[in-house]
Design a protein. Structure first.
Ligand SMILES: Nc1ncnc2c1ncn2[C@@H]1O[C@H](COP(=O)(O)OP(=O)(O)O)[C@@H](O)[C@H]1O
Ligand SMILES: [Mg+2]
Length: 254
């Protein structure tokens, strides 16, 4: 039996809706596939970054602290033999050992801080950044934080701290900067972390860079849902900026 006009219209409408539905499904499927691929890529990157960080700390321990301790061991053994043989007390030499140990303890503390900077939530981040900046050697480093910024999420505070650590180290190591300014500021709902240096500036092409610092910083920004970019600082050097939407649980100071 032939369809009535309204039935035909209804049928066409249903067919159109079905077509649209299947187009929507294809589109959702594509998005899902892209999402899965992106997650896989990020997972692989996390693994790479984790391993690279472990290697870095491993070599820091091996090349720094272990060498230092070995030197102290050799020195103290030789001194013990000398004192035994001559039946003397070498006070000046013993003082040398205590100075060497002091230096080794500093190194151990630095490495430990690199591995675990401590709980940084609340006010701690500001104080820890101030401290990090003040014990920076190799360039004049200042911290600018015109108003208190408290971050209640320890993960976010730790990401920000680590970005500053790497940013300062890059400015000195790669940029050969003489002056570095770290700032933590807030404008309404946006918190901005910036690291400005007056060094040689970034090379245009970093495709072949074997470094992992920038990757880790980008990954940290991604984990905080923050933006991350590095641009030339005028008149010279680099400017790293990280904009973070103020987390919902971030307290303001009254
Ligand atoms: N502040 C900076 N000034 C100049 N160049 C920089 C700076 N930060 C990074 N770079 C460049 O980016 C490259 C990659 O940095 P990074 O990923 O941190 O490497 P690494 O892990 O060796 O420190 C460096 O080799 C350097 O060329
Ligand atoms: Mg680096």
């Amino acid at each position: 039996m032939p369809l009535t006009t309204s039935e035909t219209k209804e049928k066409m409408k249903t067919e159109a809706e079905l077509r649209q539905l299947s187009l929507d499904l294809i589109q959702s499927n594509k998005l899902l596939k892209a999402e899965v691929a992106e997650r896989k890529r990020v997972e692989a990157e996390i693994l790479e970054v984790t391993l690279a960080e472990q290697r870095r700390f491993g070599s820091q321990l091996h090349d720094g602290l272990c060498q230092e301790l070995t030197a102290i061991l050799v020195f103290s053994k030789a001194l013990a033999e000398k004192m035994e043989k001559n039946n003397t007390l070498e006070l000046a030499e013993l003082k040398k050992i205590s100075n060497m140990l002091l230096y080794a303890v500093d190194q151990a503390r630095d490495t430990a801080r690199g591995l675990y900077p401590g709980e940084l939530e609340g006010e701690s981040l500001m104080y820890s950044l101030e401290e990090l900046v003040s014990r920076t050697t190799g360039a004049l480093c200042v911290f600018h934080c015109p108003e208190p910024i408290l971050i209640d999420d320890n993960n976010i505070a730790t990401h920000l701290y680590r970005i500053v650590q790497e940013g300062i180290s890059n400015a000195i190591k790669h940029g050969k900067a003489k002056n570095i300014e770290v700032s933590l500021t807030r404008n309404k709902e946006i918190i901005t972390l910036s690291i400005k240096d007056d060094g040689i500036g970034m090379m245009d092409d970093l495709k072949d860079s074997k470094g992992i610092g920038l990757k880790i910083m980008k990954y940290r920004a991604h984990m905080m849902n923050a933006s991350f970019h590095i641009k030339p600082n005028l008149p010279q050097g680099s400017l790293l900026e990280c904009h973070l939407k103020r987390p919902a649980n971030q307290r303001s100071v009254v």
